[in-house]
Design a protein around this ligand. Structure first.
Ligand code: 59J
Length: 569
């Protein structure tokens, strides 16, 4: 073979022992040994020095730490009725590269998913280059199981929770919402996010190259479920307040409104209803105005519902006898370069008459007799211009001007409710001082275990006296008569406020208000009703807001089993 002629070339004869061949042999041998040494060295570095790094890298491709979703705490009303609950749901996803093209399987899959075969095909086609796509998000576990039972390759389940609000639009603004990742975005859901959310757990799993679960290894940390939250709200009162508010806003073709009801003994917020509203369980096409919890985050000029509070300061001053009479004629009055007026000439009025007729002139004349800024001082102690400290996101503080360099007209305007702004919740809290023997209660959105201390604000005798005076404002022959509640004694105040815009006070745009307390003999609830811009024939507080107050307060007292303190007329 060695002598065979290939391509006309005679192979050179080689001798293994030739001197030149010996050098080459040594060279090759040396290279081989060097190569082996290098390999050995590499093996040593890989096995000894880089071992942990490489093992970690390998594990990272198969061993994974996954988070376990923690169950979000429930929000309930004061009696444990669920207002926000997290229900288990299953999100189905697919790896489009693993889903077989088989027509029968695709058809069955599409039917179980509730979509057309064409849609399914189109989606799988669109994501064909990816390894992940959602099939259906947040299905009930039973519906998801029907899909999984088909055992179509490439279809996977992901376990999650979905927030559900059983009361829907009725308390939507107070509760707020969570996003698709279950994080609080607004309202109570946001304010108590970390408490409600709990802490996700961790588990160790082995997954294959495509992310499929191979083995569940261990739970490294159990998920810590979030805590439950008990609100002060009484769902029965809330439903009723919401229903009456919604009806009144519709009847008067108004822009919106709020109802706030507080427990007169504890400051707990028993009802807080808003219009407009929205359904938190179906947020498609919602009106963003519906998201606002106006009762806490919006302020307005309160107008005449401030008069009883200013009257408390006037009575406390000791400057006037209880039988003082003020001449309000001719129904208008100049203060500096301003003219203030009453809707009519009411002539001589006593203190109860000033409140009953809602005389701006009567209030002004009294307050201009005071030397010290007693009215704004009391307003401040009643919480105006200060946070209510509910912790509610975006809580409004309102504006109460500091008592420096005031004009007499500004001084007077404050006494009948202009030149300051307040939220409905601030008004309700201020009125608890009248209801509670002069001790003001801070509002609480959460149910309280024991009644709070309260803040002594108004002289107890003055508070009691005022309550009786305010009772006269809802008698049959008054503007506030529609606020009366059969069977119960009621004290309250109407308000009709011209809305203020950039160009000054509007001629024909109003807010209608009623603020009241019942039953007078032993107050249990304080209720504020505000209707924003009623467009109908009537716009007075006594015509628009007072009837809402009457129905809401009457139903509340009956639901709370409060014994009637008045014979039915
Ligand atoms: C009013 C105001 C605006 C601001 C006036 C309401 C003032 C004022 C400047 C005219 C309607 C109207 C600081 S009235 O709430 O007096 O509730 O049943 O908006 O007076 O000086 O056409 N309320 N309302 N005033 N401004 N500035 C009365 C009263 C009130 C009633 C009725 C009729 C106003 C009895 C209001 C009610 O008590």
């Amino acid at each position: 073979m060695s002598t065979e002629v290939r391509n006309g070339v005679t192979p050179r004869r080689r001798s293994p022992m030739a001197p030149m061949g010996g050098v080459r042999y040594g060279l090759v041998l040396g290279l081989v040994i060097l190569g082996m040494l290098l390999l050995a060295g590499r093996i040593v570095t890989l096995h000894v020095f880089d071992r942990s790094f490489l093992q970690g890298q390998g594990d990272a491709r198969t061993l994974r730490t996954e988070s376990l979703t923690a169950h979000r705490g429930m929000i309930t009303d004061r009696h444990g009725e669920p207002l926000a609950v997290s229900t288990p749901v299953v999100t189905l996803w697919a790896n489009p590269q693993e889903v077989p093209g088989d027509r029968i399987q695709r058809l069955m899959l599409s039917q179980a998913l509730g979509m057309s075969l064409d849609d399914l095909d189109a989606r799988l086609e669109r994501f064909a280059e990816r390894e992940f796509m959602y099939l259906r998000r947040q299905l009930t576990p039973a519906a998801a199981q029907r899909v999984l039972d088909l055992r179509v390759p490439g279809v996977y389940a992901q376990h999650e929770y979905k927030r559900y609000y059983p009361a829907g639009e009725v308390v939507a603004q107070l509760l707020g919402v969570t996003n698709v990742d279950d994080m609080g975005q607004e309202g109570i859901e946001l304010a108590y996010q970390s408490y409600l959310a709990g802490t996700p757990g961790l588990r160790r799993v082995i997954k294959d190259r495509r992310g499929r679960l191979v083995r569940d290894l261990a739970i490294l940390r159990e998920a810590q479920p979030g805590g439950d939250l008990t609100l002060a709200i009484d769902q029965r009162l809330q439903y009723m307040a919401y229903r009456e508010l919604k009806a009144a806003v519709a009847e008067h073709d108004a822009d919106g409104g709020v109802v706030v009801m507080m427990d007169a003994r504890t400051g707990e917020v028993l009802a807080m209803a808003n219009q407009p509203s929205y359904n938190p369980n179906n947020r498609a096409g919602l009106d963003p105005r519906g998201l606002r919890n106006q009762a806490i985050v919006d302020v307005f000029e309160p107008g005449s519902v401030m008069k009883p509070l200013a009257m408390a300061a006037i009575m406390e001053s000791g400057r006037f006898d209880s039988d003082v009479v003020v001449d309000t004629s001719p129904g208008w009055m100049r203060i500096d370069r301003f003219t203030i007026r009453d809707i009519r000439n009411y002539g001589e009025l006593d203190l109860a008459g000033i409140l009953e007729k809602s005389s701006n002139i009567g209030m002004s004349k009294l307050v201009l007799e005071l030397d010290d800024p007693l009215v704004p001082d009391l307003y401040r102690r009643l919480g105006f211009g200060q946070s209510t400290e509910t912790g509610f996101p975006g809580e409004a503080v309102g504006h109460l001007p500091a008592p420096v360099r005031w004009s007499r007209s500004q001084w007077a305007a404050l006494s009948y409710g202009y030149g300051l702004s307040a939220s409905a919740l601030q008004l309700a809290s201020a009125y608890t001082a009248l209801a509670n023997g002069g001790v003001r209660l801070s509002p609480s959105l959460l149910k309280l275990d024991e009644p709070p201390e309260g803040i002594p604000t108004i002289d107890a005798d003055v508070a009691h006296e005022l309550l009786r005076i305010m009772e006269r404002s809802v008698q049959p022959d008054t503007g506030g008569r529609r606020a009366s509640v059969p069977g119960y004694r009621v004290a309250g105040k109407t308000g009709t406020v011209r809305k203020n815009s950039a160009s000054g006070y509007e001629e024909n745009v109003y807010r209608s208000l009623f603020a009241g307390i019942a039953p007078v003999s032993d107050p249990r609830v304080v209720t504020i009703v505000m209707i924003d811009h009623p467009r109908g024939e009537s716009y007075f507080g006594g015509a628009v807001a007072a009837p809402v107050f009457s129905r809401v307060t009457g139903s509340a007292l009956r639901l709370l089993d409060v014994p009637p303190d008045q014979r039915v007329r």
